[in-house]
Structures are given as structure tokens and as C-alpha cells.
Design a protein around this ligand. Structure first.
Ligand SMILES: Nc1ncnc2c1ncn2[C@@H]1O[C@H](COP(=O)(O)OP(=O)(O)OP(=O)(O)O)[C@@H](O)[C@H]1O
Ligand SMILES: [Mg+2]
Length: 241
């Protein structure tokens, strides 16, 4: 480490995961413009466990979609895993989503006609993993999440908590740097919701995967080490515990 001119030694900046500078997002609704984010500046470093909370319609899902390269800002600068999103081609954004970012949704979003094994395998198949490596990785992830015995079941043959655990396995399979979880406990009872939070916190602790939740669930808010409150498309508070 190089000393500064006054002789002090500065710590290197933690590695950036997501960086937003004056980001706005407006949706077109017919002829009307709906402002969803109104100038958000935010840094999330790698390895953080963050909860974005705020009232309904405040912009939480919009923010997660931008962080997940599912959508582009209307204005401002967005960098995800060291890549400027404005400079990414559709193919690059797709590869980023498929290999480095995992998504977990309130509705689980599993494919009903596929088995648990196939659901978890699906992102690997899409992104060209060879068959042997794919099978090995899916088995590893299912074992890690205690889902081995459910591998052959269809999502309709699972409880809500088991479905969400499969969604976590699917998000984890490509070994992502970042997992975005939008209201992951909203359709679950309190105990099962706790399990989902525990699993995601464990992935953060064990593998250093950055986790960003959007949720107003007090259980998630208290599990996160950093709470960002968003109101009307703007950051109202940002507290690291
Ligand atoms: N596709 C869309 N077209 C038009 N307006 C949209 C679209 N998606 C979101 N919005 C609007 O953008 C604003 C922010 O929505 P967003 O879904 O990000 O809120 P949220 O904080 O996730 O809300 P909730 O807690 O209800 O999930 C809202 O006013 C919403 O109506
Ligand atoms: Mg939402």
C-alpha cells in the first residue's frame, strides 16, 4: 500500500458491486410519463447484505430491475459489477443476468412443467454449461440447500417455502456475484419466511455473495446490515448497522 504525501496510509476502497449516479427512471403509460426513480445516487459494495424498504409504489422493484440489468435508466449513470450498463449490448446484459446475477421473486417464478432439478439446471443450460458440469453443479446446489430428495418433483408438488428454496437454488447455481430478492417472503408464513432469510444470509456469509432485498418485511429489515429507505423515488435514509 502506497503512503499518501502526509505519510498516512489509506485503505483501498471496497470493491464496488452497484454504483448509481443521479439515476432516474420514468415509465411511459399511454401518453403519460410515470416517474419511478427521481435521481438516486447509491453505492453498494461487494459482500453487502442490504434491504431496500419503502411504501408501495416508491420504486423498490424499479431499482432492483435496474441493478439486475433487466431495464435501463432514463438518465444518470449505472455501473453493475464494474460494467457501465449504458455501454452494454443486449447480449452482454443477458450474459450478465445469466451468469453473474441471480433473481428471486415474490411469486417464485419456477417453470411448472419442469422438475426441481430441471428448474435449477435451466440457467446453466441457457448459458452453455456442458452437460457433465451442469449435472454436478445442480446436484451440489440441491444438496447444499437440502433439496436432494425433492429433485424429481414438480413445483406444484411443493410447499411455498420449498418452492422459494428451489428459487434460491436456481439463483445460486451459476455462482453469481449478486442476488436480487424482490419481496421473497411476501407469500410465505412467518416461519418459512425466516428460513428464506436465513438461507440468503448464509449465502452472503459463506460465499460473500452481495444480497439486495426489496421488502417491507420487518424480519428482513432486521436481518440486513444496511437499510435503505426509499420514498417517492428518492432515498430518504440509508443506515448501516
Ligand atoms: N411498467 C410500468 N409502467 C408504468 N408505470 C410503472 C411500471 N412499473 C412501475 N411503474 C410505476 O413506477 C412506480 C414505482 O413502481 P415500483 O414497482 O418500482 O414500486 P415498488 O416500491 O416496488 O412497489 P410495491 O411495494 O408495491 O412492489 C409506481 O408509481 C408504479 O406505478
Ligand atoms: Mg415492488
Amino acid at each position: 500500500m502506497k503512503p499518501a504525501s502526509d505519510g498516512s496510509v489509506s485503505m483501498p476502497r471496497a470493491m464496488s458491486c452497484v454504483r448509481l449516479r443521479s439515476v432516474t427512471k420514468e415509465y411511459m403509460l399511454g401518453k403519460a410519463l410515470v416517474p419511478a426513480l427521481r435521481g438516486v445516487t447509491l453505492d453498494i459494495d461487494r459482500g453487502e447484505l442490504v434491504c431496500v424498504a419503502g411504501p408501495s409504489g416508491s420504486g423498490k422493484t424499479t431499482l432492483l430491475h435496474l441493478m439486475g440489468c433487466l431495464d435501463n435508466p432514463t438518465a444518470g449513470e449505472l455501473t453493475v459489477l464494474d460494467k457501465n450498463v449504458a455501454e452494454m449490448s443486449d447480449g452482454e446484459a443477458c450474459r450478465m443476468r445469466g451468469t453473474r446475477i441471480g433473481f428471486i421473486f415474490q411469486s417464485f417464478s419456477l417453470i411448472e412443467v419442469l422438475s426441481v432439478f430441471e428448474n435449477v439446471e435451466y440457467p446453466l443450460l441457457l448459458h452453455g454449461w456442458p452437460v457433465g458440469g451442469r449435472r454436478e453443479r445442480v446436484e451440489e446446489v440441491l444438496a447444499h440447500l437440502g433439496l436432494k430428495d425433492l429433485a424429481k418433483r414438480r413445483p406444484t408438488q411443493l410447499s411455498g417455502g420449498q418452492r422459494q428454496r428451489v428459487a434460491i437454488a436456481r439463483a445460486l447455481a451459476p455462482n453469481p456475484d449478486l442476488i436480487l430478492a424482490d419481496e421473497p417472503t411476501a407469500n410465505l408464513d412467518s416461519t418459512t419466511g425466516h428460513d428464506v432469510i436465513d438461507w440468503l444470509s448464509r449465502l452472503n456469509g459463506e460465499y460473500g455473495i452481495t444480497i439486495v432485498f426489496a421488502s417491507h418485511d420487518p424480519k428482513i429489515i432486521s436481518a440486513a446490515r444496511r437499510n435503505i429507505n426509499i420514498v417517492d423515488g428518492l432515498i430518504a435514509s440509508d443506515v448501516t448497522l
